[in-house]
Design a binder for this molecule. Structure first.
Ligand code: ADP
Ligand code: ASP
Ligand code: MG
Length: 416
């Protein structure tokens, strides 16, 4: 018996007509000896609507007083879609039923709003799909050991799908979305973006974590850890139209024959920069600053320490997600005397642009190409960070698109 997991994102199930098309795509994948589990997102816009309702009803509340009931509300979007898809399939004569998370038991930890899946009891689910019935499962949600509903963070249905695929020992996890695969960069930024036939787990992990929201980062981590082959493809074509080679496969690096030096370019506008000026340079200053930020659960990304114009003084600049910037600045301000700095500056209109590719391990000159391409367009680099397979720069956010397009051309990624 083989098993396949299919996942459909918000726009793919955006209205009942689209849900009917999804039902046709699912029906076309049914064949004797293959069990099908389908993970669905909420209809597009629905999660945002639900989030806004909780913000309104829970005004003034935060943390444990808010997060668990936020999950109860926002998880409902996915439940609706499971029932609608099951009905559409039944209407076509395909046996199908919905399974809520507490019925499968997709267990998670208790970090409401950003929970992690800790285990899936897939025996009953596996037996049901092996009997020929299509199982429809809501993405994004889990159940805690306290029997409370949890959600996995925005975009979390991708992670649900990969986790279900791993638990069922599925041959593959097909992620259907509103683009026909993974591109060299976000196709919304440049029409020259090229669809990749294959991309390695490592590269996709960097792309996702550096801003390409086509897959949730955690889903790629999980696919890599559990060796689940993932395919990303479009739900906007009728079954059979796209052919068996449709989409992009996320797989092991060894399975990719033609390796590019740079596989793709990611960008993130959700960045902010805090600069502390005129710090007295002494051992322990970095521990003092970043210890405080870590204790407050603020995830710092790029860090640059540079000498100031005044002897013995340094400036420290660090970046974090934009929503954390004010909190970080307030923390620093509160400890101004202990840390000992002269001034503080917060800049929110910054973006991070990153080039990613496993080929960087063995090629020199990748950074040079990046810096030259940006300087030719007069784009100033405010921070740089590198790892084995990526280079990221922080720039003024008004240049985001220009930078992505310039780099796309500079690395020879433009479609013919
Ligand atoms: P879904 O609702 O199906 O989960 P998402 O909106 O989460 O869909 O992800 C699909 C979107 O990801 C695309 O519409 C595209 O604009 C964006 N995207 C960003 N980077 C890339 C990339 N490198 N390749 C393909 N799509 C990308
Ligand atoms: N519906 C959730 C969201 O909008 C989860 C998902 O679509 O993956 O974030
Ligand atoms: Mg998504």
């Amino acid at each position: 018996m083989s098993r396949l997991v299919m996942k459909f994102g918000g726009t793919s199930v955006g209205d009942v007509e689209r849900i009917r098309r999804v039902a046709r795509i699912v029906a076309a994948e049914r064949k004797p000896g293959r069990g099908l589990a389908v993970v669905v997102s909420a209809m597009s816009g629905e999660t945002n609507r639900l989030v806004a309702l909780t913000d309104d009803a829970g005004k003034g509340l935060s943390g444990p007083a808010f997060d668990d009931e936020y999950d109860v509300v926002v998880a409902t979007g996915e439940q609706v879609t499971t029932g609608l898809l099951a009905l559409a399939l039944r209407g076509m004569g395909v046996p199908a039923r919905s399974w809520q998370n507490w019925q499968v038991r997709i267990e998670s930890d208790t970090a409401h709003g950003k929970a992690r899946i800790t285990g899936i009891h897939a025996d009953r689910l596996g037996a049901a799909i092996d009997s020929g019935e299509v199982a429809i499962i809501p993405g994004f949600q889990g159940v805690t050991h306290e029997d409370r509903i949890s959600t996995l963070g925005r975009g979390g249905s991708d992670t649900s799908a990969v986790a279900v695929a791993a638990a069922l020992g599925a041959e593959r996890c097909d992620i259907y979305t509103d683009v026909d695969g993974i591109y060299t960069t976000d196709p919304r930024i440049t029409s020259k973006a090229r669809k990749l036939e294959r991309i390695s787990y490592e590269e996709m992990l960097e792309l996702a974590s550096l801003g390409s929201k086509v897959l949730q980062t955690r889903s790629v981590e999980l696919a890599m850890a559990k060796r689940v082959p993932v395919r990303v493809l479009s739900s906007f074509v009728e079954p059979g139209e796209a052919g068996p080679e449709a989409g992009t496969i996320v797989c092991d690096e060894d399975e990719i024959v033609e390796k590019q030096i740079v596989a793709g370019i990611a960008y993130s506008r959700d960045e902010a920069k805090v600069s502390l000026k005129g710090l007295t340079d002494h051992p322990g200053i970095a521990a003092e600053i970043f210890g405080r930020l870590a204790d407050a659960n603020i995830n710092v990304d790029m860090i640059v320490q540079a000498p100031s114009r005044v002897d013995g003084k340094v400036n420290m600049t660090f970046t974090m997600p934009e929503r954390e910037a004010d909190r970080a600045a307030a923390l620093m301000e509160a400890a101004r005397d202990t840390i000992g700095f002269e001034s503080i500056e917060v800049k929110k209109d910054v973006s991070k642009v990153s080039v990613i590719g496993v080929g960087m391990r063995s090629h020199v000159g990748v950074a040079k190409t990046m810096f030259e391409a940006l300087s030719k367009r007069g784009i100033n680099i405010e921070n740089i960070s590198t790892s084995e397979i990526k280079i990221s720069v922080l720039i003024d956010s008004s240049y985001t698109e220009l930078a992505v397009r310039a780099l796309h051309t500079a690395y020879g990624l433009d479609a013919a």
